[in-house]
Design a protein around this ligand. Structure first.
Ligand SMILES: [Zn+2]
Length: 208
């Protein structure tokens, strides 16, 4: 229908369609490493560097992400998405359900995000069990217990082998393999965990 151009149109409701907007987005998972990525992404977008004498546009403190905006501080909680318009001028936290209703997420990206979240959950479960055990026993954690727990949490996989995986695998060097050819177990990260572990700086350096 052709819109009315009569003055009376100014007194009536009109129907409008929101223009499509392209944004960059990251989901806030409230882990330190995830927050670090979000901070460096957002601060770079906003053109903020550490040597500036201004507060950063975004900060992370004890599980909460705070974004400074014209409308005051905006807070993201775990699971929220942070979006950034193409110009880098606007940041906004959006709850997960609302984000999914407003934006089309490319299928590949959605799968990658879900897989990453799943892997983080496994690592978090392992971490939580270690923390609980350390508080319960108030002692050093036993290496065998940690290995079993890692297997139960899916962050290590048992591979039954009769020869070492390769010269660089720990099973070739740490004594698991006996030259008499009996089966032994090689413990390895699943690919998803290895990929994430590479991204996370361990104390004293990165680990492969
Ligand atoms: Zn091996």
């Amino acid at each position: 229908m052709t819109p009315s151009t009569t003055p009376a149109a100014a007194l009536a409701t009109i129907t409008v369609t929101r223009k499509p907007v392209q944004c960059e987005a990251m989901q806030f998972l409230a882990t330190y490493d995830n927050a670090e990525r979000i901070l460096s992404w957002m601060n770079a977008k906003a053109g903020w560097t550490r040597d500036m004498l201004t507060d950063p546009p975004v900060t992370y403190y004890y599980g909460q992400l705070t974004i400074r905006s014209d409308r005051g501080d905006l807070h993201a909680v775990m699971g929220d998405w942070v979006i950034c318009t193409e110009s880098g001028a606007t940041f906004q936290p959006i709850p997960d359900a609302m984000f999914r209703s407003l934006y089309d997420i490319p299928e590949d990206a959605a799968k990658a995000v879900a897989a990453g979240r799943d892997t983080l959950t496994k690592l978090a479960t392992f971490g939580a069990r270690c923390l609980i055990e350390s508080r319960r026993e108030l002692a050093d954690l036993d290496g065998g217990w940690m290995q079993d727990t890692a297997v139960k949490c899916g962050v290590l996989i048992e591979h039954v082998m009769t020869t070492p995986c390769g010269p660089s695998c720990r099973c070739a060097t740490d004594g698991a393999f006996e030259a008499d050819g009996d089966a032994f177990v090689c413990y390895r990260y699943p690919d998803s965990v290895r990929e994430l572990v590479r991204e996370i700086p361990a104390s004293g350096g990165r680990t492969a």
